[in-house]
Design a binder for this molecule. Structure first.
Ligand SMILES: NC(=O)c1ccc[n+]([C@@H]2O[C@H](COP(=O)([O-])OP(=O)(O)OC[C@H]3O[C@@H](n4cnc5c(N)ncnc54)[C@H](OP(=O)(O)O)[C@@H]3O)[C@@H](O)[C@H]2O)c1
Length: 314
């Protein structure tokens, strides 16, 4: 496994991390035994960065992780998030009020069975919260107490990322970055590199589309609470699948699967310290971890850049 420094946090993170949203059942039903096998494989393979949130299964993913890491907490750089209300009358809303975040941070620590998290991320805050939120004061206080080692943001829009770098409070930015979603490389990464803000690239497999294993027939599988139920439908899904097909040329040499090429693409950018594919079991974790050793040839990167510039037009 290769390791990089996560911006100014100074943390040495494995280029391949583990995202644990899938373990809370957001990608269809999960067995704890499978989630635990993914976590065990991650540690065995030198993966030391694990990302979660209090929102994943309303604390379920954190609780599972807490159990899984008992006795080996020190082997892992643990990142969680808060700000998405997952229970009670405000379920589905976002709340970055200082008292609220302080409360949910302490609940996360309890579920994770730890005295500290290495990284606490505001989970999709608005530009206004990033620029003017009082929540930063609470995060700094908890950092001084040792309950948080570093803090940052997980963002949805380029404006949020730009604000996060400019205001200078966020040590890290977690952002979607993959072969089909490359805006951040242009709009955020150069600014982040200059300010030494660490980048965590999320959704590297575009929720499975970039594994190359999906077909249009899969849309009927994605139902109810599955995060793919809304977006992986009809024409929009067909377009994503067609783009993934255009990227199959990346599968050669050490890149044995499109998924490995997709993960290797994320870490090919020097601004990215770690990418956090969700792995539902040890088999997926092993395949994803091996992508840490895959280097995409420059001519392939140039072809990808060209496809992106042309909007994947034929
Ligand atoms: N706003 C935010 O802060 C935010 C939003 C989204 C995600 N995240 C973070 O980013 C992480 C990753 O994002 P994600 O899980 O949404 O998307 P992703 O990593 O692009 O895709 C994960 C899915 O791809 C499939 N997969 C993974 N490895 C595979 C392999 N080797 N072979 C075949 N299929 C494989 C699995 O689904 P199946 O087995 O069902 O096909 C898995 O659930 C999350 O866990 C979370 O930590 C944060």
């Amino acid at each position: 496994m290769k390791y990089r420094t996560l911006g100014r946090t100074g943390l040495r993170v494995s280029v391949i991390g583990l995202g644990t949203m899938v373990h809370a059942g957001h990608f269809g039903p999960m067995k704890d035994s499978e989630s635990l096998s993914a976590i065990d494989a991650a540690l065995e393979l030198g993966v030391n960065f694990i990302d979660t949130s209090d929102a994943y299964g309303a604390g379920y993913s954190e609780s599972l992780l807490g159990k899984a890491l008992r006795g080996r907490r020190d082997k892992v750089i643990l990142a969680t998030k808060g700000g998405n209300v997952m229970a009670g009358p405000n379920r589905g809303k976002r709340n970055f009020a200082p008292d609220y975040i302080d409360g949910v941070l302490h609940e996360s620590l309890e579920r994770l069975q730890t005295d500290y998290v290495d990284l606490y991320q505001l989970h999709n805050p608005t530009v206004d919260v990033i620029e003017h939120g009082e929540v930063w004061g609470v995060l700094e206080r908890r950092k001084q107490e040792g309950k948080i080692r570093h803090y940052g943001v997980s963002i949805n829009t380029m404006e949020e990322g730009i604000a996060a770098v400019k205001t200078g409070r966020s040590d890290t930015i977690q952002v979607e970055y993959n072969l089909l979603t490359q805006e951040a490389a242009e709009k955020i990464f150069p600014l982040a590199q200059e300010a030494n803000v660490g980048i965590i690239a999320r959704v590297p497999l575009r929720r499975g589309v970039l594994t190359g294993k999906m077909t249009q027939a899969d849309e009927s599988r994605f139902q109810g609470e599955d995060v793919r139920a809304r977006s992986f439908k009809g024409e929009a899904f067909a377009k994503e699948l067609a783009k993934a097909e255009q990227l199959r040329f990346l599968v050669h040499g050490p890149a044995k699967t499109l998924g490995q090429a997709a993960i290797a693409f994320c870490i090919a950018h020097p601004a990215v310290s770690v990418t956090i594919a969700g792995a539902r079991n040890d088999k997926q974790m092993r395949e994803n971890a091996a992508a840490g050793d895959v280097t995409i040839p420059n001519e392939d990167l140039a072809r990808v850049a060209d496809l992106w510039r042309r909007g994947f037009a034929a």
